[in-house]
Design a protein around this ligand. Structure first.
Ligand code: SAM
Length: 219
C-alpha cells in the first residue's frame, strides 16, 4: 500500500504544471479527505467510473495505486475537466475523462462506481434516479462507493457548511446553489431500498470533517 507522503508526492508531480491555485486545491483536498482509506475498497482492476471527478485527484490516485484499472472520470465542470485531461495526457490509455451529468451515465458492466463528495450538490429528488442507474450499470457483485459528509459531530458538520458556503457561494470554486445532506442512517436506507447491501463506515476520526463512507454491494 502506498504511503500518504508518497501518494501526495506523486499527485503533486502529476499536477506540477497546473496553476498554483489548482495545486493548492489538490494539496488541501488530499490532506482533508481520507482518499487512501477509500482506495482500500476499490477492486485492483476492472472498469471503474468516478462520478463528479472534479480535477481528477481520486481518478489519478486510482490509477497510481493500480495501473490495471480502467477508469473514466465524469464531471459537469468544463474547467476542472480541462485540467484533469491536460495532466493525464500521455499518462495511460486506461484513464480518461468526459463531460457528463451524474444522472446520465451510459456505461455498462461496471466493476465499481465512485461518488465522492458530489451528492450534497444535487437536489434530493434526483438521488433515487442516480442510485437506480448505478445499480443497473454495475456488474453482479459490483461496488458503488459513496463518500459524503455525515451530520455528527455537530461542530464538524457546521465547519463543513461554512467551508462549502465559501467554496460554492462566495468563491465559486465548485458549482452549485444549495446543499443537500442526509444523515448516514437516512442515506443508508435509501440505498438499501434500491437493492444494495450497504456497509456504513464513520471516517471522521483524525479529520476536521464528518466523513462517512457507504460501501454498496449489488447483491
Ligand atoms: C466537491 S467536488 C468533489 C470532486 C472529486 N470527487 C473529489 O473528491 O475531489 C464536487 C464535484 O461534483 C461535480 N458535480 C456536481 N454536480 C454534478 C453533476 N450533476 N454531474 C456531474 N458532476 C457534478 C462538481 O462539478 C465538482 O467537480
Amino acid at each position: 500500500m502506498i504511503s500518504g507522503k508518497e501518494a501526495l508526492r506523486k499527485l503533486l508531480n502529476i499536477y506540477a504544471k497546473c496553476p498554483l491555485f489548482s495545486k493548492l486545491h489538490i494539496w488541501v483536498r488530499f490532506k482533508s479527505c481520507p482518499f487512501l482509506e477509500l482506495i482500500k475498497y476499490i477492486p485492483e482492476d476492472g472498469k471503474i467510473l468516478d462520478l463528479g471527478c472534479g480535477y481528477g485527484l481520486f481518478t489519478c490516485l486510482l490509477h497510481l495505486t493500480s495501473p490495471g484499472r480502467n477508469i473514466i472520470g465524469i464531471d459537469l465542470d468544463r474547467k476542472k475537466l480541462g485540467i484533469a485531461i491536460k495532466v493525464t495526457t500521455n499518462c495511460s490509455e486506461k484513464i480518461s475523462f468526459r463531460m457528463g451529468d451524474i444522472c446520465e451515465i451510459g456505461e455498462n458492466d461496471l466493476d465499481c462506481i465512485t461518488i465522492i463528495d458530489v451528492l450534497y450538490l444535487i437536489p434530493f429528488e434526483r438521488w433515487e434516479l442516480i442510485f437506480e442507474n448505478c445499480f443497473n450499470r454495475l456488474k453482479p457483485n459490483g461496488l458503488l462507493l459513496i463518500k459524503e459528509m455525515g451530520k455528527k459531530p455537530s461542530w464538524k458538520y457546521i465547519w463543513n457548511l461554512i467551508q462549502e458556503t465559501l467554496s460554492v457561494k462566495i468563491f465559486n470554486i465548485t458549482e452549485g446553489n444549495s446543499f443537500y445532506f442526509k444523515t448516514p442512517l437516512e442515506l443508508g436506507e435509501d440505498l438499501r431500498r434500491i437493492g444494495f447491501k450497504v456497509t456504513r463506515l464513520d471516517l471522521n476520526k483524525r479529520y476536521a470533517h464528518p466523513h462517512f463512507l457507504y460501501l454498496c454491494r449489488k447483491g
